[in-house]
Design a protein around this ligand. Structure first.
Ligand code: 13P
Ligand code: SF4
Length: 306
């Protein structure tokens, strides 16, 4: 029987031999993190994709992340490790819905969360991620903002920029939306003294009850730097595992058993092996027109957020 370590060793050999860069989102499992060239949140991955020297980029994440890599590195071969891994939030709104919303709100700048399709990105002014949204929108000269598609992230951002005027689409992340205020109360009762750290994709009733709300990177940084010893984590379950590996002297609890993104969890180490071996993964193809038009709001994100 092949062990996890043996499979990882074969992946490391094959990625070198076949000139593949493996990018893993923070919500991937630890065995995948260990073979990745870069691990990060949506913003970090998108910037890293364009810097990678390898000819092939393999995305261990969901489809919109692989599309973003292709947009930023059109000359590279970009593979999505598991073709079934999509983000349900990215499917909630298409380009036509954006065009209708823009028509109904003339004069508003359109800001889209990176968790959207390449096609939708062609119709917006700027892309943001959870770790960069506040900074980018503050740096934008426009005062009136249409924030799509995640209204919870949008409201969390808007609360921090009261000088701007926001309108929202009614979208959201099904994983984070499943977390309830009751679960926060139950977790606090079970682990008194632990700090509650949540992702701003959670509903406002949950975010309001937290000690800290921030992106995946923000949550990890906060937990690592804090003097506290115990934390209740209100984001995807893998973050608990990664934090426990990185901070063995601290204790991490998952806020809710609902915090599992089944799409992120579709990718396995075997998918990574098959993709680096050249017998798996789905190659991402986008037309030149889509690449050109969707690159503009991403470049603006990098320019305003850098
Ligand atoms: P970040 O990695 O930007 O925090 O986003 C969370 C998420 O849900 C990614 O799909
Ligand atoms: Fe999409 Fe939410 Fe899963 Fe992220 S956690 S991929 S936003 S469904």
């Amino acid at each position: 029987m092949t062990t996890t370590r043996e499979l990882q060793d074969r992946i490391l050999e094959l990625k070198k031999k076949n000139d593949v860069c493996i990018l893993a989102h923070a919500y991937q499992s630890h065995d995948i993190w260990e073979v990745a060239d870069y691990v990060g949140d949506s913003y970090g991955l998108s910037v890293q994709a364009s810097k990678a020297p390898q000819k092939t980029v393999l995305m261990a994440g969901v489809r919109f992340m692989a599309e973003t890599c292709k947009i930023l590195s059109p000359d590279k071969k970009v593979l999505l490790a598991n073709s079934m891994a999509g983000c349900p939030m990215a499917q909630e709104m298409d380009k036509d819905a954006v065009l209708r919303m823009k028509e109904e709100n003339p004069g508003f700048a359109t800001v889209a969360y990176i968790n959207t399709t390449a096609s939708l990105k062609t119709a917006v002014d700027v892309i943001v991620t959870s770790s960069s949204a506040v900074k980018i929108i503050r740096n934008m000269p426009e005062k009136d903002i249409l924030f799509i598609p995640d209204c919870n992230l949008g409201r969390w951002v808007a609360d921090q920029i009261p000088e701007k005027n926001f309108r929202f689409f009614n979208g959201g992340c099904p994983t984070h939306l499943r977390i309830t205020p009751l679960e926060v109360a139950q977790a606090r009762a079970a682990h008194p003294g632990a700090l509650v750290l949540v992702h701003p994709e959670c509903r406002p009733e949950v975010t309001e009850l937290s000690d800290y709300a921030g992106s995946t990177t923000g949550i990890m940084k906060y937990a690592k730097e804090s003097d506290a010893k115990e934390f209740i984590i209100g984001t995807e379950s893998s973050i608990v595992q990664h934090l426990q590996f990185e901070c063995p002297d601290k204790k991490f609890w998952l806020l809710s058993k609902q915090c599992v993104c089944h799409n992120m969890k579709m990718t396995t180490l075997v998918d990574i092996y098959n993709a680096v071996a050249g017998i798996g993964g789905e190659e991402i193809f986008l037309s030149d027109e889509v690449i050109e038009a969707s690159r503009k709001p991403i470049d603006r994100m990098i320019e305003l957020g850098g």
